[in-house]
Design a protein around this ligand. Structure first.
Ligand code: COA
Length: 167
């Protein structure tokens, strides 16, 4: 059957938290590996903001696609055209098989369905693999917050990337 990308179900949060911990490394995230108390879903599961990669019934990766307006309720109109990509993760043993790209394609389709014309994300400058994948999917670097994070004993830039979608 292979891999399919679908909306996450309510009972899957523990699995997603586990994937988040397994996928963690200091090159890819400034946050500590242990999960915070925060919910993966960042709102009602029914909103469909979490997409999972499902291989024959086993969830092996996920990504979050959250309207920017969720973070800025007072700017709902001004930000209605923007979706934000967060928490993009594939389990280490399943990488390099195109699952990440499949999720990016699903994120694009879902953003278009929501009427968005723009997807934005942030990626650590040390995360070359993810940046290559984003570039291959059409994302461009739009900015860089220099030394935004201190990770271990070094400062790391936060790179801002975006994909423009047809209106
Ligand atoms: C970034 C991440 C989600 C990518 O997931 P992935 O499933 O490995 O992505 P893909 O397989 O689609 O693409 C990755 C690479 O594998 C290659 N690839 C794709 N299909 C392949 C296949 N069938 N066989 C071999 N290689 C393949 C791609 O060309 C790409 O190559 P590149 O590294 O030279 O660009 C994953 O590496 C990950 O979870 N990293 C840790 C978390 C993270 O960094 N998240 C992003 C935070 S901003």
């Amino acid at each position: 059957m292979g891999v399919r990308i679908r909306v996450a179900k309510p009972g899957e949060e523990q699995r997603l938290k586990w994937i988040q911990r397994e996928a963690w490394s200091p090159e890819t995230s400034p946050a500590p590996p242990q999960s915070s108390g925060r919910s993966i879903f960042d709102g009602p599961v029914e909103a469909g903001n979490v997409l999972v990669a499902d291989e024959n019934g086993l969830v092996v990766g996920f990504s979050k696609l959250v309207p920017l307006a969720t973070s800025y309720p007072d700017l709902a109109n001004a930000t209605a055209h923007v979706q934000q990509l967060h928490g993009f993760s594939v389990l280490p043993n399943y990488r390099g098989r195109g699952i990440g790209r499949m999720m990016l394609d699903a994120v694009r389709t879902e953003s278009l369905r929501r009427g968005a014309t723009r997807i934005t994300l942030r990626v650590l400058a040390t995360n070359e693999r993810a940046m290559r994948l984003y570039r291959a999917a059409g994302y461009e670097i739009e900015g860089r917050l220099r030394n935004e994070f201190r990770i271990g004993d070094r400062f790391v830039d936060d790179v801002l990337m975006a994909l423009e979608l047809p209106a």
